[in-house]
Design a protein around this ligand. Structure first.
Ligand SMILES: *Cc1c(COP(=O)(O)O)cnc(C)c1O
Length: 799
């Protein structure tokens, strides 16, 4: 297929396709076409090219009766798709040429596409990378999620404070999806359960329909395409005609607006539990639709219900779809008449579960009363699952306890395999959150270290480095990323180094230009670009970074003629709207930026930039331009991280703690190419036992008393001495995330970075060895490992 696409499609054919779609799909003349029209016409043309491999993949899967992987995820952070599809089909240059023939700026057309931001951060982006790798590996798979009308909110700053507005990616037509009105399942809520002849019957009191929208996900070189199937909620009865005829128009629309609420918005928080009824409904809505769809497909292929685990592997991305266990049991037992014990066993053989967090507040729990009211039958089934579990294991661990339904325990008990997402994290899962269940099921927890797709996160976002790699080691690396190790012998070569630096500089200039165009911000590409981009959270410690910025500012002012290394500190990230402390950190960064950037003494040596509305597309611009990657979470709190992988792969060494996948990144790129600091996970746990550790650390620090004093004096808040009371009080009296304890070690590591960066050849070597060492972190490796260790799923790859 790839050879076909590459040879049979030329730029003129793409141009013709664009013209045809402009005329017949959009009904526009070239003269009257807007940027949106051109984008749509190009997208539909590329989509046409995907349809063939897509249908062929579906056909082949059916013919082989091959096992399919079902990846259930509440979030898919896809970003833009035009470039992604063009690159995977290997027609990027031809598409560019075609648009040029039509007098259009290809880059501008690509940039016109809104991000599909159906996720908060790392968890949703992981799901998107996994889909890319499943297709690249030709593993038959479906991604299942929710077609949110509004993705993650847009972030704006007003006087330095985060303000949120609704995101509306579906305000324009989404070019890539196919609506499937015939793929529609009823989803029930509420009511009661009766029993007759020992059979349970659920009488729900509310029903909505789940309607499928399919987007193709094409793999590298267009050899295979899988489906991302997103569910939209629709009313079972579109319109209440009786109310309308009475003149009650609001009431007439009530069924529609009630149903649509379920797929209306993405919850903008991935680390704290909100305990909202609507969230539980969203989770059940997409999980039930997906499981019904899986069963329908298996039955249409004539597969016996007791054999379904041979044909379906269902992966739960975090606990959000944990209701899949009881739902599958319900369908097997109540609808298809399987015995309860057998149904539980069969469901477990299909299901596996990925844990993503050790933050206890992020482990989902539902008030039992609420749960039983919304899902009365599932409540009863969970009690039966619990009984079986207690009986079989003799363990005392319950799913329902103290009036709460614990989704982590449910997901664990109903999965045949549970995985953590980095080596350290998987060990901590065994030792902390699930230690008791690990004792009851000692074989169940395994590790699968996360990965990222090299197509988007190197090939597509970093053309200068892509070119240098092609020229140096050939062009076979995008789906065999460990080939990057062949760059190692070149890391000290002067000519290679020259080109490596030129690539980095080109990316930095591109970023500088973008910032200037967008915000009028001017930054100097000759300075070190020091980047921390990720959700704003206390455990990620953006506040430690900004405190270090203040300490550095002080040090420069004390000795303005010292040997300083010019730096631009770049931040990006959103805070959950209800997370007060995270929002205070955002404001502090913006306040410090305003003060420091205006200081004539330091402005050529230190600058702080925080572009608003960080998303996948912004990440694609920032990451290739980074010199230094900030991965400074409190050890034991970042489950894996994937931003750390993207930055290192793009030749940006890390300053970081021994946390999440940092540990394995350091092993792969070499300890001498990684700036390590801070307490270990073990030391963190010990330090927390010492009373008054934060105050003691502040008093012992040569920097912190002055820095915190400046904030308290209102130096950065126009004299407002109370703006950061909450944040300061937290640091002095609580500091659960040990900013104060790691601060000095972090400051010292940053000075080592300064020194290292001034040695141009030494730094380039270090950066190149980061790129060369990161091949293992391809999500192709991760997915290959899931397929073998968890799913027992085949690849239908043909050469
Ligand atoms: C990769 C990515 C993340 C995850 O970053 P971490 O540093 O691992 O938290 C979050 N948001 C976006 C847009 C990403 O691309």
């Amino acid at each position: 297929m790839p050879k076909d696409i590459q040879t049979s499609i030329d730029a003129a054919a793409i141009r013709d396709g664009v013209e045809r779609h402009l005329q017949y799909s959009l009904c526009k003349d070239a003269a009257g076409a807007t940027q949106y029209d051109w984008r749509m016409a190009l997208s539909l043309t590329l989509r046409d090219l995907v349809v063939e491999p897509w249908l062929a993949s579906i056909r082949e899967t059916y013919e082989n009766k091959a096992k399919r992987v079902y990846y259930l995820s509440m979030e898919f952070l896809m970003g833009r798709l035009i470039e992604d599809v063009a690159i995977n089909l290997c027609v990027e240059e031809k598409a560019r040429e075609a648009m040029e023939m039509l007098g259009q700026d290809y880059a501008a057309v690509v940039a016109d596409e809104p991000d599909a931001a159906l996720g908060n951060g790392g968890l949703g982006r992981l799901a998107a990378c996994f889909l890319d790798s499943l297709s690249t590996l030709s593993i038959p798979a479906y991604g299942y999620g929710i077609r949110y009308e509004h993705g993650l909110f847009e972030q704006h700053f007003e006087n330095g404070e985060q303000v949120e507005t609704a995101e509306s990616w579906l305000a324009q037509r989404h070019a890539w999806e196919f609506e499937r009105p015939e793929v529609c399942y009823p989803i029930h809520f509420g009511g009661y359960v009766s029993e007759s002849d020992g059979k349970a019957i659920w009488h729900p009191n509310e029903t909505v329909n789940a309607v499928a929208y399919d987007t193709p996900v094409v793999g590298w070189q267009g050899k295979w395409a899988n489906t991302l199937r997103l569910w939209a909620a629709k009313p079972t009865k579109l319109f209440d005609l009786e109310s309308f005829n009475r003149g009650d128009y609001l009431q007439a629309n009530a069924p529609e607006s009630l149903a649509r609420t379920i797929s209306r918005v993405l919850y903008p928080d991935d680390t704290t539990e909100m305990g909202k009824e609507l969230r539980l409904k969203q989770e059940y809505f997409f999980t039930s639709a997906s499981i019904q769809d899986v069963l329908r497909r298996l039955q249409s292929q004539g597969i016996a219900l007791e054999d379904i685990a041979d044909h379906a592997a269902i992966q739960l991305n975090d606990t959000h779809p944990a209701i899949a266990g009881p739902e599958l049991v319900r369908l097997l037992a109540d609808v298809h008449g399987m015995a309860m014990d057998k149904a539980i066993e069969t469901a477990r053989a299909c299901l596996s579960f990925t844990n993503h967090t050790l933050l206890p507040e992020a482990l989902e729990r539902w008030p039992e009363g609420l749960f039983a009211r919304i899902l009365p039958r599932h409540h009863r089934i969970i009690e039966m699952i619990q009984e079986t579990h207690l009986f079989v294991t003799g363990s005392g661990i319950r799913i329902i306890e103290h009036g709460e339904v614990k989704m982590g325990e449910l997901a664990f008990i109903m999965a045949h395999t549970v995985n953590g997402v980095s080596a350290l994290h998987s060990d901590l899962v065994k030792e902390t959150v699930f230690s008791d269940l690990h004792a009851a099921y000692p074989e169940r927890i395994i590790n699968q270290t996360n990965g990222i797709t090299p197509r988007r996160w190197l090939y597509s976002c970093n053309p200068p480095l892509r070119g240098l790699i092609n020229e140096t080691i050939g062009t076979d690396w995008p789906d065999d990323l460990e080939q990057l190790t062949a760059l190692r012998p070149h890391a000290e070569d002067a000519a290679f180094q020259e080109k490596f630096r030129a690539a980095k500089t080109a990316n930095k200039e591109r970023l500088a230009q973008w910032l200037k165009d967008r915000d009028g911000t001017v930054i100097d590409p000759a300075a070190m670009f020091d980047i921390q981009i990720k959700r704003i959270h206390e455990y990620k410690r953006q506040h430690m970074n900004i405190l270090e910025t203040i300490a550095l500012w002080n040090a420069i002012k004390d000795n303005p003629n010292g040997d300083w290394t010019p730096r631009v500190k770049i931040f990006g990230g959103k805070a959950a709207p209800g997370y007060v402390l995270a929002k205070s950190i955002i404001r502090l960064i913006n306040d410090v930026a305003a003060t420091i950037n205006g200081d004539p003494v330091t402005k050529d040596l230190l600058q702080v930039v925080f572009p608003e509305n960080y998303n996948v597309s912004m990440a694609e611009l920032l990451i290739p331009a980074s010199d230094l990657s900030e991965q400074i979470s409190t050890a034991g709190k970042e489950a894996s991280g994937t931003g750390n992988m993207k930055l290192s792969l793009n030749g940006s060494p890390t300053i970081g703690t021994l946390d999440g996948a940092n540990v394995e990144i350091r092993d792969h790129v070499g300890a001498e190419n990684f700036f390590l600091f801070g307490l270990t996970a073990q030391e963190v746990m010990e330090r927390r036992q010492q009373p008054g550790y934060a105050r003691a650390a502040i008093e012992a620090s040569p920097h912190l008393p002055r820095v915190l004093g400046q904030i308290a004096d209102g130096v950065f808040s126009g004299g407002d001495a109370h703006r950061y009371d909450g944040l300061l009080r937290n640091l002095y009296e609580h500091d659960y995330f040990l900013v104060t304890c790691d601060f000095d070690s972090y400051f010292d590591a940053q000075r080592k970075v300064d020194t290292a960066y001034r040695d141009t050849a030494g730094w380039t070597k270090m950066a190149a060895l980061n790129t060369a060492g990161m091949g293992w972190f391809s999500s192709d490796r991760t997915i290959g490992s899931y397929a073998k260790d968890i799913w027992n799923a085949p690849s239908l790859k043909t050469e």
